[in-house]
Design a protein around this ligand. Structure first.
Ligand code: ARG
Length: 389
């Protein structure tokens, strides 16, 4: 029997994939990567076996995700199109890497994923597999099968006794990990619709957010957040903690119209409180500790970084080279940023760093001014000189 390893999330799509692959004559082994999933390992195993898998591998990859993916993103400040923290995009190459490892271990010649033929994730999975293991063939059931809508899929699942959580009334497709939750589909596809209450995943709607200002104090060492409110945490725990605090304050929910790799504009809601809190604090610490040329150049790198990660080009020399550059800049990014959170707002309250480039004696309009104004005159003359005819 041909063996295939399926990247299994426990959701509607991948649950239907198991049955479909079996009908095509495959022995289906599932692989579930825990990047902060909503299903427990016991639950996942039950679901997979009930749906027809012969075996399931479950790996907790949260540490690896935080250390090798999220942290690199954070240092690069790589917002996609200025608004997306790449929570889903960053997880895909990691899952694909382990998927390929399991396939090798199982001596399977095939891998499969449950991504649609219109999205970015199929690209990310398959590009990663093709780079890391070109000899393994990928099958994408959703690109081939005859089920053309989520409604039909739900029917298919019911017919085959597959346990699912989606209902016809709540047709969102959700991807969740510790860095964020992506919600799309259903009523959100109509841009004239404001997101409905049931599209909120864990961030509090503004009207229900805490009516109290919450301070968070973040310490960074060389670009890495290491302490929250004076207490040391592992990166995973720090992110999980910030997600809770931020969500209660209504932080980190964005409604994005984004450009997919496959040329389609689509709308997605993201909930990523920790990501936005850390991004804001990190950027601010960079503003304090890095010079203007590095800041400007780093912005360009960050933008390009976000585009290649969005496209699934994680395992490439370009991304590694960007990381080398970015890492070099981070040696100065040590210090403390205090933020105030209130009803969806992140406000900078304090900035402290031993590497600060801010000099009050130069900036001040008050007493203690040390800036030599006579320098300004000559500087202005020289700056304007090349443009005078
Ligand atoms: N648009 C996001 C991305 O390309 C998320 C895709 C998956 N979204 C989902 N709701 N399943 O990274």
């Amino acid at each position: 029997m041909k063996k295939i390893v399926l990247a299994y999330s426990g959701g509607l799509d991948t649950s239907c994939c198991i049955q479909w692959l079996k009908d095509k004559g495959f022995d289906v082994v599932c692989f579930s990567a825990n990047l902060g999933s909503e299903f427990s390992p016991v639950d996942l195993k039950k679901r997979a076996i009930k749906s027809g898998a012969s075996k399931i591998y479950i790996k907790d990859l949260r540490e690896e995700f935080a250390k090798d993916y999220i942290l690199k993103w954070l240092k690069a400040d790589a917002l996609y199109e200025g608004k997306y923290v790449l929570s889903t995009s960053l997880g895909r190459p990691l899952i694909a890497k382990h998927l390929v490892d399991v396939a090798k271990k199982e001596k399977a010649q095939f891998v499969a994923h449950g991504c649609t033929g219109k999205g970015n994730d199929q690209v990310r999975f398959e590009v990663t597999c093709a780079i890391l293991a070109p000899q393994i063939k990928t099958i994408a059931p959703l690109r081939e099968w005859e089920l053309s809508s989520r409604e039909e899929e739900i029917e298919y699942a019911k017919e085959h006794n597959i346990t699912i959580t989606a209902t016809k009334e709540k047709l969102y497709s959700i991807d969740k990990n510790i860095w964020g939750v992506s919600v799309e589909g259903g009523a959100l596809e109509d841009l004239a619709n404001e997101p409905a209450q049931n599209s909120y995943y864990f961030v509090k709607p503004l009207a229900k957010a805490l009516d109290k200002e919450i301070y968070v104090e973040l310490d960074f060492v060389k670009g890495e957040p290491v302490r929250l409110n004076g207490k040391a945490y592992s990166l995973v725990s720090l992110i999980e903690k910030l997600n809770k605090i931020g969500a209660s304050c209504g932080i980190g929910r964005t409604d994005c119209l984004e450009d997919r790799v496959v040329g389609i504009k689509s709308r997605e809601i993201y909930e990523a409180p920790a990501a936005w809190i850390l991004y804001t604090a990190h950027k601010e610490l960079e503003a304090l500790t890095l010079d203007r040329e590095i800041l400007a150049f780093k912005d360009i790198i960050g933008q390009k970084y976000s585009q290649i990660v969005y496209q699934g080009l994680w395992f490439t020399a370009l991304r590694e080279s960007f990381d080398a550059f970015v890492n070099e800049t981070q040696k100065y990014v040590t210090g403390k940023i205090v933020l105030k959170l209130y009803r969806g707002n992140i406000v900078i309250a304090k900035r402290v760093s031993e590497n600060s480039l801010y000099k009050k004696a130069f900036a001040t309009y008050g007493e203690g001014d040390k800036f030599d104004r006579t320098m300004a005159e000559g500087f202005i003359k020289i700056l304007s000189m090349p443009y005078q005819r």
